[in-house]
Design a protein around this ligand. Structure first.
Ligand SMILES: NC(=O)c1ccc[n+]([C@@H]2O[C@H](COP(=O)([O-])OP(=O)(O)OC[C@H]3O[C@@H](n4cnc5c(N)ncnc54)[C@H](OP(=O)(O)O)[C@@H]3O)[C@@H](O)[C@H]2O)c1
Length: 257
């Protein structure tokens, strides 16, 4: 994720490689990163970190505990810490780093191709200008949404954070259904992908509501209605709601406060 961010910022020229520090603990990885020529590669004790206006925490949540004592020594009071670590609450980060200015963001996998969805929130007292600065960075990876309530990030994690997997799962089911009906895999795959893409653009650009679009496709006594009837009989709507609620519950259980 750290590399995705670095490349996204450079792609949109929101910063230059002269202004980008890549902090890497592993010597071998430092050589690899240096060869990419996308920023200055440093270790956590580098004095330049004190001059950074934004520091992105993109380590695995369980690695933060090890990183925090070292980072604490080198951050300036004015730097904004942008954490994309899943499930670590801002108050915990503030305590470990003895630092007030935090932005916490929850991106999702399509940030890889600048089509991500990132919801974010900020600690009390963070000036609007600094929030906008972080927003400008995050928006190089897709859409962004500011949330006032940190607790809502659990629902965000369950919906958009995990969301790509749900769509991949449904698409896989559609492809398998097509194969079972005698279609070649590549044919079923093209049909499923393009249908998903077209449906998204229709709902995003068209005038109707989701229910109206469902009715537009499902004529009385027709084929779509037969499929939707099976979904309803199997309780699919409620099942999806229950699944996302379980994901949110798990996010709450895993939260580090
Ligand atoms: N991937 C997603 O779709 C996604 C979505 C939302 C949020 N996130 C969050 O994004 C964060 C990063 O995820 P990821 O998938 O990019 O994980 P990742 O591939 O494991 O990347 C984490 C990187 O941090 C490095 N690291 C660990 N400790 C360090 C330290 N003390 N100093 C410097 N570097 C250190 C790791 O190096 P080593 O490998 O050498 O340990 C690794 O290169 C996680 O907190 C995750 O919760 C990810």
């Amino acid at each position: 994720m750290g590399l995705i961010y670095a490349n996204s910022f450079l792609r949109y020229k929101i910063t230059s490689k002269e202004n980008l520090l890549l902090v890497e603990k592993n010597e071998e990885r430092r050589t690899v990163l240096s060869a990419l020529d996308i920023g200055k590669v440093v270790t956590i004790d580098d004095a330049l970190i004190r001059e950074c206006n934004i520091i992105i925490l993109a380590v695995k949540p369980q690695d933060f505990k090890l990183l925090a004592p070292e980072l604490k020594e080198v951050i300036s009071k004015e730097s904004v810490i942008l954490s994309i670590m899943a499930g670590i609450e801002m108050q915990y980060i503030q305590g470990r780093l003895n630092h007030a200015l935090i932005v916490r963001a929850m991106p999702n996998l399509p940030v890889e191709i600048s089509m991500g969805m990132t919801a974010f929130t900020s600690s009390a007292g963070l000036p609007h200008e600094q929030i906008m600065l972080v927003e400008n960075l995050l928006s190089t990876t897709g859409r962004t949404l500011y949330l006032k309530e940190e607790q809502q990030l659990n629902a965000v994690t369950a919906l958009s954070g995990s969301g790509p997997a749900y769509f991949f799962y449904f698409m896989k089911s559609l492809i398998d259904a097509g194969i079972r009906l005698g279609l070649d895999e590549h044919v079923a795959s093209i049909l499923a992908k393009q249908t998903m893409l077209g449906s998204f653009h229709l709902i995003n650009n068209g005038q109707k509501t989701l229910d109206e679009y469902i009715t537009s496709v499902a004529s009385k006594g027709g084929t779509t209605e037969a499929a939707l009837h099976t979904f309803n009989e199997g309780g699919m709507h409620e099942l999806v709601i229950e699944a996302i609620a379980n994901a949110e519950k798990r996010a709450k259980q895993l939260a580090i406060k």
